[in-house]
Design a protein around this ligand. Structure first.
Ligand SMILES: [Zn+2]
Length: 294
């Protein structure tokens, strides 16, 4: 925990974001009905299934302190949660399929209630931001979007923006989980780094596992270098930070590839991972072949 000072301007920006992300009354009403209908349908369908086969303990509407609205939360078994999101405390999803039913946007939390551990309520509020993005139809979907350069570029920007909003709102309102290293770059940039690097990794992962041609991967990275700053500006994100990321594309891509290599050891099975890796690290490889830097 840090004793980070939040500026008045940052507080104002968070308030504006919360206002913009809060669904309009009719949109929320529609969501609330879909969510409560889903809870009732699930209760009915559940009666015919043996209790030990159901991984969902309960479905509840949970209050958001920031948005002053109730949102659908599924409390699920730790075992099942570990299979879908082992590194997370909670996740948001545009929809959950249960017993032939599909839910509106919701949060999934392992356990039977919201944990009381320090900072957890701020994680839940972060996920509520994503639920609101889902309600207004802009839940990013890098895992399922069309595998085309321009679509991937847009989705990467969507992830960057969505995560920026969620992290920024979360950390302005509650600094319990602010990482110590945030202080070095400032809150805004840190939130943009979080969103963008997450998006870049997901994009490279998708390209790798679905055999996106390496020539097009290179073209995609070049496009980030050329167009990222403008894309940031057009979404109201800090253009200067976008330009920093664009200038740093080679270094950031290398880090993303190293992270993927670490988190997904099976990724080396894919031929184009090695090809892109060797291309990105060509200078280092050349130096090593010559007997290391002198
Ligand atoms: Zn998030």
């Amino acid at each position: 925990m840090t004793d980070m000072q939040i500026s008045l301007q940052e507080r104002k920006r968070a308030t504006q974001l919360i206002r913009r992300l809060t669904p309009s009354a009719p949109l929320y009403k529609k969501y609330e009905k879909a969510a409560t209908d889903f809870i009732a349908d699930f209760k009915r369908a559940k009666r015919d299934i043996p209790a030990n086969m159901i991984e969902v303990y309960s479905l509840k509407m949970v209050r958001s302190e920031l948005f002053k609205r109730d949102y659908l939360v599924a409390f699920v078994s730790e075992g099942w949660f570990g299979q879908v999101a082992s590194h997370c405390n909670a996740i948001a999803s545009p929809s959950l399929s249960l017993l032939d039913l599909s839910s509106p946007p919701l949060i999934v939390i392992p356990g039977k209630s919201v944990p009381r551990s320090r900072g957890f309520s701020s994680i839940v509020e972060h996920e509520f931001v994503h639920v609101n993005q889902g309600i207004s139809g802009r839940f990013p979907n890098l895992n399922a979007c069309e595998l085309k350069e321009d679509v991937l570029f847009e989705e990467l920007m969507n992830v960057t923006q969505a995560e920026f909003e969620a992290n920024f709102i979360q950390l302005v309102r509650d600094q319990t989980l602010t990482p110590d290293n945030e202080l070095g770059v400032g809150l805004e940039k840190w939130c943009l780094i979080r969103g963008y690097t997450q998006g870049l990794e997901l994009t490279l992962l998708r390209m790798t596992t679905e055999d996106f041609p390496v020539a097009q991967e290179k073209k995609f990275l070049k496009r980030l270098r050329d167009d990222l700053a403008e894309a940031f500006a057009s979404r109201g994100l800090n253009k200067e930070v976008g330009q920093n990321f664009a200038d740093d594309i080679e270094q950031m891509s290398k880090i993303a590839m190293l992270n993927l290599n670490q988190c997904r050891p099976d990724i080396t099975r894919y031929k184009n991972f090695g090809t892109l890796f060797k291309w990105l690290f060509r200078k280092e490889i050349e130096e090593q072949d010559r007997g290391g830097p002198s």
